[in-house]
Design a protein around this ligand. Structure first.
Ligand SMILES: Cc1cc2nc3c(=O)[nH]c(=O)nc-3n(C[C@H](O)[C@H](O)[C@H](O)COP(=O)(O)OP(=O)(O)OC[C@H]3O[C@@H](n4cnc5c(N)ncnc54)[C@H](O)[C@@H]3O)c2cc1C
Ligand code: SF4
Length: 479
């Protein structure tokens, strides 16, 4: 075993907080595979099989973690993969990008007793990646086709999970998306170094082979009205996510080279997928050789700083108005970013963008934390006369996302929305106020996580099935 192999294996299966990005497996041979197997076994067998599985309780999908860890420890990977798939439509995706420190691993009893968590996410990824490599993951075989169809608007994790679950039950499913590729934020939001795009494409190809129809570049509300789509199908699911970037009202905000996070990340992801991206190719959205400032403290901000580092930026600074302890982003991501050379300027906020036509610097004000607000978080307050200037060639705003203007987006004034602009549903049935139209994922919850979107998609499938079964019964009675 070479040092290089050992290093990779250590990084892949050790505590996630120590994991680094961009490690590739391609050049490792069979010895590596055996070693990885052993390492997975060793990690899996660290599970104490405690009576109350806190990891499972705190996983939004309630994955049967102790049982698949036991199977992995015994080398029964195919069975472990089947078990992992029984509750999750994309275990290899969750294994890679769930914030495990806040979910399963953060609640591992071994972690709580101070011995370092069982690396659940890495093992979930290992089990599923192995299953793909060995060809154990196959398109669905439908036992009995049902003559009812469901239209799903949005090919992100919520829409895809719902589509798969309904297809499994024999329904005809068509997925509509305004993008040219399926996957939603898995494709155009989350960077390749966290989630390789082939992993997402492999899943959507499998769904196509299972008989799900994908219609890309169809924007509901523009190319087809929601109401017309409703008439085409027996039921609809809206799973369109949240995409409106929160703005920052500051002097100089219209200067060139100030971008919302998604514009920067989408350009980078498209480039990685081999697309021609004008504003990347002409250098505007490429951080190479630039002084980059990212504003925000969430996981999207972390994705931006780490993408800028990979594009060989001259310097990358992150401005956040609270301190490290009060940051919304995952601790693991901050650690990774710092290791890669990002400088965090805690307790700071931009006050003005300076420049002639293009931004050339940002005037920054220092902050201090005051009393907690009603949510329990300490309020950041500006420190008078504390302004200082930082050089900037590219500024990226990562201040969070809100829903786009609904119901205007779908051109349907009848659809009810909440005071936050998200779609209102009956929480028991997941149905909107329009009969036969359901909703799931970020468009209901607000910006959240992939694992929650998958859970919502699965639950929506169950509710849609109930609705369609009742519809069939009513039709038979009436006939
Ligand atoms: C930069 C970034 C990084 C993230 N990193 C993580 C992470 O590491 N871990 C994690 O768990 N979560 C992460 N998230 C959050 C996660 O990606 C989302 O919670 C999840 O993708 C939501 O799934 P969804 O299916 O509800 O919506 P989306 O994934 O947003 O998919 C919605 C789909 O609907 C389509 N659509 C929208 N409007 C229309 C329309 N009118 N007509 C047709 N199609 C439409 C869109 O094109 C899109 O494909 C991240 C989010 C961002 C922005
Ligand atoms: S889906 Fe996420 S939270 Fe659940 S076991 Fe996997 S990594 Fe942990």
């Amino acid at each position: 075993m070479t040092d290089k192999m050992l290093k990779f294996v250590e990084l892949d299966l050790q505590t996630p907080t120590k994991r680094k990005a961009d490690k590739r497996v391609d050049d490792f041979n069979e010895i590596y595979e055996q070693y990885l197997n052993e390492k997975a076994k060793e990690q899996s067998s660290r599970c104490s099989q405690c009576g109350v599985p806190f990891c499972q309780i705190h996983c939004p999908l309630h994955n049967n973690i102790p049982d698949w860890l036991k199977l992995a420890a015994e080398g029964r990977i195919e069975e472990a993969s089947e078990l992992a798939h029984s509750t999750n439509n994309m275990p290899e995706v969750c294994g890679r990008i769930c914030p495990q420190d806040r979910l399963c691993e953060g609640n591992c009893v071994i972690e709580q007793s101070g011995h370092g968590t069982v690396t659940i996410g890495s093992i979930e990824k290992y089990i599923t990646d192995t299953a793909w490599e060995k060809g154990w993951i196959k398109p669905l075989k439908i036992k009995k086709e049902i003559d009812q169809s469901i239209g799903i608007v949005g090919a992100g994790p919520a829409g895809l999970a719902c589509a798969e679950e309904l297809r499994k039950r024999g329904y005809k499913v068509t997925v509509y998306d305004r993008y040219d590729r399926s996957g939603g934020l898995l494709i155009y939001g989350i960077p390749n170094f966290k989630l390789e795009k082939f992993v997402v494409e492999r899943r959507t190809n499998l769904l196509k082979k299972s008989g799900i129809v994908f219609k890309q570049k169809i924007e509901v509300g523009k190319n087809i009205l929601l109401n017309d789509l409703r008439k085409k199908h027996d039921a609809l699911l809206i799973a369109t996510g949240v995409y409106k970037a929160r703005e920052i009202e500051l002097p100089g905000k219209n200067l060139k080279n100030i971008f919302p996070a998604m514009e920067f990340l989408t350009a980078s992801n498209r480039k990685g997928l081999g697309d021609k991206v004008k504003d990347f190719d002409n250098g505007i959205l490429n951080a190479e050789n630039k002084n980059v400032i990212v504003i925000g403290g969430g996981d999207t901000a972390m994705d931006c700083v780490r993408t800028a580092i990979r594009q060989n930026a001259k310097s990358v600074k992150c401005l956040y108005r609270r301190d490290r302890e009060n940051m919304p982003g995952s601790v693991r991501e901050v650690y990774n970013a710092e290791e890669e050379g990002v400088e965090f300027i805690w307790l700071s906020r931009p006050n003005k963008f300076i420049g002639f036509e293009k931004v050339s610097s940002v005037l920054v004000e220092k902050m201090k934390l005051d009393k907690a607000d009603s949510s329990g978080r300490k309020m950041p307050m500006p420190i008078p006369n504390s302004n200082f200037e930082i050089k900037a060639d590219l500024v990226i705003k990562a201040l969070g996302f809100d829903p786009e203007d609904l119901p205007k987006l779908f051109n349907d004034p009848n659809l009810s929305v909440s005071k936050w602009g998200t779609i209102k549903i009956n929480l028991k049935t997941m149905e909107t106020n329009i009969p036969g139209i359901f909703a799931a994922g970020d468009i209901v919850r607000g910006a959240s996580l992939v694992v929650w979107a998958i859970r919502d998609g699965r639950e929506a499938a169950e509710e849609i099935q109930k609705y369609l079964t009742q519809k069939r019964i009513n039709k038979t009675k009436a006939a």
